[in-house]
Design a protein around this ligand. Structure first.
Ligand code: MYR
Length: 131
């Protein structure tokens, strides 16, 4: 289950990934210390995801398979949806500014939540521990 409060523990290639997404160096430096916390509440097909980070607090509600809008901390807007694939959550989102696709997967591995991101051939991971 993805339910719980997850705090980012470490990241892999996230700086490069953000750079590829076009995030400027100042924002990347800030994002490296964003202390991202994600609170996930799943009820059947419905999710509430809360993100109280250093920058902003965001509450997102979505239903599996139903597209919704999401804006990244730098203002980049996405539209897409999450689906399940076995025990994983697979998200497919398109950028509204250039139509390019960002895919992301959430998986529980050894009690940690691993979120991987892929955009235009560049991959990154952020690994979260449960609080
Ligand atoms: C959620 O379930 O947390 C809400 C929807 C998430 C949409 C996709 C998030 C992709 C984040 C990519 C970060 C890249 C920064 C340049």
């Amino acid at each position: 289950t993805f339910n719980g409060t997850w705090k980012v523990d470490r990241s892999d290639n996230y700086d490069k990934f953000m750079e590829h997404m076009g995030v400027n160096v100042v924002k990347r430096k800030l994002a490296a210390h964003d202390n991202l916390k994600i609170i996930i509440q799943q009820d059947g097909n419905k999710f509430v995801v809360k993100e109280p980070s250093t920058f902003r607090t965001k509450d997102i509600e979505f239903t599996l398979g139903v597209a919704f809008d999401y804006s990244l901390a730098d203002g980049t807007e996405l539209n897409g949806s999450w689906e399940t694939d076995g025990d994983k959550l697979v998200g497919k989102f398109s950028r509204k500014d250039n139509g390019k696709v960002l895919t992301t997967v959430r998986d529980i591995v050894g009690g940690e939540m691993v979120q991987s991101y892929s955009y235009e051939g560049v991959d990154a991971k952020r690994i979260f521990k449960k609080e």
